[in-house]
Design a protein around this ligand. Sequence first.
Ligand code: GNR
Ligand code: NI
Length: 189
Amino acid sequence: MALLPILEFPDPRLRKIAVTVDTVTDDIRKLAQDMLETMYAAPGIGLAASQINVHQRVVVIDVSEEGDDPRVLINPSWEPLSNEMHQYQEGCLSVPEFYDDVERHSKIQLSALNEHGEPISEVAEGLFAVCIQHELDHLNGKLFIDYLSRLKRERIRKKLEKKHRDDIKDALYEAKVKAQEQAKLDAQA
Ligand code: GNR
Ligand code: NI
């Protein structure tokens, strides 16, 4: 198992369209397990392969209270089962610390392959339906903030760009302190 780094907006790689998985191999199952581990550690309730820079149509979801219902969805698709829409305050691991309302279909029919390569089809509602629609968007290069006003999206972009600059500065400073400590040890040796 491995924790994978998550791409953050406005990284252009989040805009790539993921390709269909031909065959559900051990490599795909290993990818899904690493994605689940990464999702639980974040913590999050869903993760699309696009977010870890793997542009294949693989999604993991766990919307259970206890976090004990991992779902692997390969080549997922959905269709609305009613025209009823539901607003939900969404967040995204690729847009850390921003939350806003998005309208999604309340009831959908999900089709996908499971981790064994078997076709599944089920009705999804509530948070599961929200999450499926959010993750499918990732596979198509779309983010929840694309549904917000340009002004809001630009404000988020500026704040995250600053965060990324600060993260790099912090990492450089940490590396410098470490190098100084090592130089001191070397001098004593
Ligand atoms: O962890 C997540 N929470 C969440 C909350 C509301 C609507 C969608 C989500 S998905 C998100 C994890 C994520 O970014 N998946 O792509
Ligand atoms: Ni997301």
